[in-house]
Ligand binder design. Structure first.
Ligand code: FAD
Length: 287
């Protein structure tokens, strides 16, 4: 199917893009990799009269270290996350998980910023960002503001981003040594979105859990942080009984939509199973 006609704009700076957004208002949409937006336009779920393409804004692409924080430009594509030596060393969950997103063609164009800004609970970066305690930098006409990933996702396709703002950076604390991590994603076939996914980032003090963040993909209207499961684990010996107890807390907060990937009970059970696999793998990596 062919999308409706639109005017195309290709700014070369964030300032120019913001100016265009101000002039064109709600008739305009930002274009990143186009792998979510263009399918929606073809289906007439989105019918923008103007597309503002961010691909020529070099400052929005790249991965750098700023002290103990890794900063990722919003227009950085998935394949660059996978091949980044900085991420492999400092935030290894991200390149590992990005390999589970879509297929190589999509990963060569799809951006981390587009994946987050789209607000699709089926996308993987929302839960990964929450587990990684990421902060998003949003730039609008009156400057920048920072929003924690925890507070960014309001509902399906609804986020904290205002109509006149651009997501410019994703800031992630670098892992301390002996940080355990894992992302477990159940999918029906290569290239599919998650039936259910669980991200875990943790540290151990001896055999006790000293830090843990858990987030879930595609089992509610937004990515979910599993706070009650984190509380159940913190300060306790990580036994199989405790993992089962925490998995019950994970499943309690799931509220998935029924679709071709499964019914609510199945998806909820799979979220519990993905969590169990993720925490066992993450704990083994804390050594
Ligand atoms: P676009 O499609 O260009 O934009 C998406 C939305 O975000 C638009 O509304 C746009 O205006 C807005 N936007 C984009 N960038 C910004 C910005 N910097 N600031 C503010 N707003 C912005 N994703 C997964 O996570 N996991 C998967 O398993 C997966 N499988 C896929 C399989 C297929 C076959 C396809 C086609 C896509 C799949 N995706 C998956 C989605 C893919 O990762 C998309 O690339 C991603 O959702 C959107 O990124 P994009 O760069 O293509 O953004």
């Amino acid at each position: 199917m062919i999308p409706p006609a639109f005017d195309y704009h290709a700014p070369t700076s964030v300032a120019e893009a913001l100016k265009l957004m101000g002039q064109l208002g709600s008739d305009a949409k930002l274009l990143a990799g186009g792998h979510s937006l263009l399918p929606m336009m073809k289906l007439r779920f989105a019918q923008p009269e103007h597309l503002i393409d961010l691909n020529r804004i070099d400052s929005l692409r790249g991965i750098r270290e700023e002290g103990l924080v890794v900063v990722i430009g919003a227009m950085t594509v998935e394949s660059d996350l996978i091949s980044s030596p900085v991420l492999q060393a400092k935030v290894p969950l991200l390149p590992e998980a990005a390999r589970l997103i879509a297929d190589p063609q999509v990963r060569n164009r799809g951006t981390i910023g587009g994946d987050i800004a789209h607000g699709d609970p089926g996308n993987d970066h929302p839960a990964l960002s929450i587990a990684l305690d990421a902060t998003f930098v949003l730039q609008g006409p009156s400057g920048q503001r920072q929003v924690k990933a925890d507070a960014f996702f309001h509902g399906t396709y609804m986020t904290e981003l205002a109509d006149d703002e651009i997501l410019v950076e994703i800031r992630i604390p670098a892992f301390q040594t002996k940080t355990g991590y894992a992302y477990e994603k159940l999918k029906r076939k290569t290239g599919d979105w998650a039936t259910a996914g669980a991200a875990v980032v943790m540290r151990m003090d001896g055999d006790k859990v000293s830090q843990v963040r858990i987030a879930l993909t595609n089992v509610a209207a937004t990515a979910l942080r599993a706070d009650a499961a984190e509380t159940a684990l913190l300060g306790n010996r990580l036994t199989e009984a405790l993992i089962t107890q925490a998995a019950a807390k994970v499943m309690e907060i799931c509220d998935p939509a029924e679709d071709l990937r499964g019914d609510r009970d199945y998806k909820t059970a799979m979220a519990g199973e993905m969590f169990k696999r993720a925490i066992r793998k993450a704990a083994a990596r804390c050594q």
